[in-house]
Design a protein around this ligand. Structure first.
Ligand SMILES: C[S@@+](CC[C@H](N)C(=O)[O-])C[C@H]1O[C@@H](n2cnc3c(N)ncnc32)[C@H](O)[C@@H]1O
Length: 310
């Protein structure tokens, strides 16, 4: 806990994140984005070989990086999971954060709760593409059977409750939450996999934060995730999350950078979850992609797309 809570480390890792983020690559913004073409470009990013990863497509963040990037509460939530609890990491990349959790070093940094944790929670990593490394195979093989699972080849929405089960803790560090074309369906799925009182920790880069600032405070920002109301006005992602029934949401904007980042903790407090629908207005491939949604109406499948691309 000591090291992960250290604000110096948190800021340092955030700085690394920001450096990578400023190098984020985007295809040229077409006047009328040809959605199919953007989806193919995005697929090529996912499938890019390890030695040719596009700028900004980071797949090997450590658990220390997760703890520094996500809300500080994440570190405590993970450390307090017991051996019968479960953690899902959506968009896990190489799954490095999960492997770090099972190391003796993790326990030496989180002395509190060590007894309770025992052999630790079960963790499930999901990624569209298989980014497992020799290190993953070796480390996973040294753990108790079924302690960790790595699933690939599908998006979150393509799994069933029987395949994944339920989780006390779900994380997403620049994974599906930043990349999906259908944010409301994505949130519905996340909340469906969350146990009552379980928490989902995530963040967005280049998003209009809920801290009262207006768009013109960020003259150089290309907003990556935007929501428009029915009248075209800005709807903050935080406000949209807070409008979901049966969740308690904390939004934390990070001010270390002139560019806006917002951290989210979403706790499921009852079972009748209802997520206000968003439809996709724009999707431009990138790391992460640039997405614009509109509040209201059913979320239509993008033209010419099967559901598998979301
Ligand atoms: C930039 S990498 C981040 C990897 C990891 N979280 C890290 O920080 O090192 C994006 C990951 O999100 C995954 N991803 C994107 N959209 C997804 C979705 N809808 N469902 C599951 N995984 C998704 C990608 O396959 C990839 O593993």
């Amino acid at each position: 806990m000591i090291a992960l809570k250290d604000t110096g480390i948190r800021s340092a890792v955030l700085l690394v994140l920001l450096t990578l983020w400023s190098g984020t690559s985007h295809s040229q913004h077409p006047g009328r984005p040809a959605m199919d073409e953007e989806v193919s470009k995005q697929e090529a990013i996912y499938q890019s070989p390890g030695e040719k990863l596009p700028e900004g497509y980071v797949v090997d963040r450590s658990l220390l990086a997760y703890a520094s990037i996500l809300s500080a509460e994440f570190d405590r939530s993970l450390a307090s999971l017991g051996p019968t609890d479960r953690w899902l990491d959506i968009g896990a990349g190489a799954g490095r954060a999960i492997l770090d959790y099972y190391t003796p070093r993790y326990d030496s940094m989180h002395v509190e709760g060590r007894e309770r944790r025992g052999k630790k929670a079960q963790a499930v990593a999901i990624s569209i593409e298989d980014r497992r490394t020799p290190h993953w195979h070796k480390a996973a093989a040294s753990l108790e059977a079924d302690k960790v699972r790595y699933l690939f080849g599908k998006r979150l929405r393509q799994y069933s409750q029987e395949e994944l089960g339920k989780f006390q803790l779900i994380t997403d560090v620049i994974g599906g939450f930043s990349y999906t074309q259908n944010l409301s369906l994505f949130m519905e799925n996340v909340l469906g996999y969350l146990e009552l009182n379980g928490s989902f920790y995530t963040l967005l880069l280049d998003v209009l934060p809920d801290n009262g600032t207006i768009r013109t405070h960020y003259p150089e920002t290309l907003f990556l995730t935007e929501i428009a109301g029915a009248d075209g006005s800005d709807v903050r992602v935080c406000a949209w999350l807070k409008s979901i029934a049966c969740v308690e949401v904390t939004c934390e904007s990070r001010t270390e950078s002139k560019r806006p980042i917002e951290l989210y903790r979403i706790r499921k407090v009852c079972n009748s979850v209802a997520v206000p629908a968003l439809s996709s207005l724009q999707f431009v491939a990138g790391t992460p992609p640039q997405r614009r949604f509109q509040l209201g109406g059913p979320s239509p499948a993008p033209p010419g797309q099967a559901n598998t691309t979301r």
